[in-house]
Design a protein around this ligand. Structure first.
Ligand code: PMP
Length: 306
């Protein structure tokens, strides 16, 4: 991991190595942390954070679900984020805000545990590998399902949810796949360990409903908007496992994965085995935003440190 100089923690910038937690922090024992993954890109128009406010809003939503009161406003955390990037002199980076229940209570009831917050930034390359954006990835259906509705809420980006994601990811990698696609508790397609999924058949784009044990991805939402502006039909739908095998195109979306084409699922070749036309058109529209810095929708927050 590329260390940066400073991390914002509970309202101030401190050296990276000093941003520590107590071993009895509630979050370590019970998974009570909420976090975000955000990216800052060095675009042709300058460095900019993608979907800063949307991510901070989701952080507040996740915290609310778990009855955590964040003692800052969304705007304050957005400003703090820009402050860390500038302090670390970064032009592009990955940004990890996290709010967690700290030390002070070790009962399951977290009432007297501290609420701690940190925002870290560091330089990070492409998540699934640079080449895969062009070639596509091989994925499998995970043997693990996503959590059933009304268990651990998939709509909150909580640390504890990533136990399920770890099982899915480790299994996929051990078997030589780039990622695992999990089904929901009813056997319908849900999402990858860290990406949402889109499936194209006969020119129509399908993606699981937000209620199907998925994290409602910010990239997912953006891709749905881009698809509509390109004149593509996009539908939320129940997606069966077998419909993946006979899809014309499949791609996965996420802050880290961006728009990654899928070239095979369980060794069934998808379409021609190369990224499809709709996938490529969406990638190109997305890359215009993140690489060229073309932003008609207020998705980018440009840094003032030009
Ligand atoms: N699902 C899961 C489980 C994830 O961890 C992520 C990554 N945050 C996503 C979907 C994609 O979400 P986003 O587009 O907001 O990064």
């Amino acid at each position: 991991m590329n260390k940066s100089a400073q991390i914002w923690m509970n309202g101030r910038l401190i050296p990276w190595d000093e941003a520590k937690v107590h071993v009895l922090a509630h979050a370590i024992h019970y998974g009570s942390s909420m976090f975000e993954g955000i990216r800052c890109y060095e675009t042709e128009n300058g460095s900019a954070v993608l979907f800063l406010k949307e991510h901070m809003r989701r952080l507040f939503d996740s915290a609310k679900i778990y009855r955590i009161n964040i003692p800052y406003t969304i705007d304050e955390l957005c400003q703090a984020t820009i402050g860390v990037i500038v302090a670390n002199k970064q032009r592009s980076c990955y940004i990890r805000p996290i709010v967690f229940r700290g030390a002070g209570a070790l009962g399951v009831n977290p009432k007297s545990a501290a609420i701690d917050l940190a925002i870290a930034t560091w330089e990070w390359g492409s998540y699934l590998g640079e080449a895969v954006l062009e070639t596509g990835v091989d994925v499998r259906i995970a043997t693990w399902n996503r959590p059933a509705p009304n268990t651990t809420p998939a709509g909150a980006k909580a640390g504890g949810n990533y136990l399920n994601s770890q099982l899915i990811k480790m299994e996929a990698l051990m078997d030589g796949y780039a990622e695992g696609i999990a089904l929901d508790a009813f056997g319908y397609v849900s999402e990858g360990s860290g990406e949402n999924i889109f499936v194209v058949r006969d020119g129509v784009i399908h993606t699981p409903f937000a209620a199907q044990s998925i994290l409602p991805g910010i990239t997912r939402n953006a891709v749905m908007q881009l698809a509509k502006s390109l004149g593509f039909e996009v539908k939320e739908a129940f997606i069966s496992r077998e419909s993946l095998y006979i899809a014309d195109e499949i791609f996965m979306t996420g802050t880290a994965a961006e728009i990654t084409p899928v070239r095979s699922v369980d060794k069934y070749q998808i379409g021609t085995g190369k990224p499809g036309e709709m996938t490529k058109a969406l990638q190109s529209a997305y890359f215009d935003v993140i690489h060229k810095g073309i932003d008609n929708r207020g998705w980018l927050t440009f840094l003032d440190n030009e």
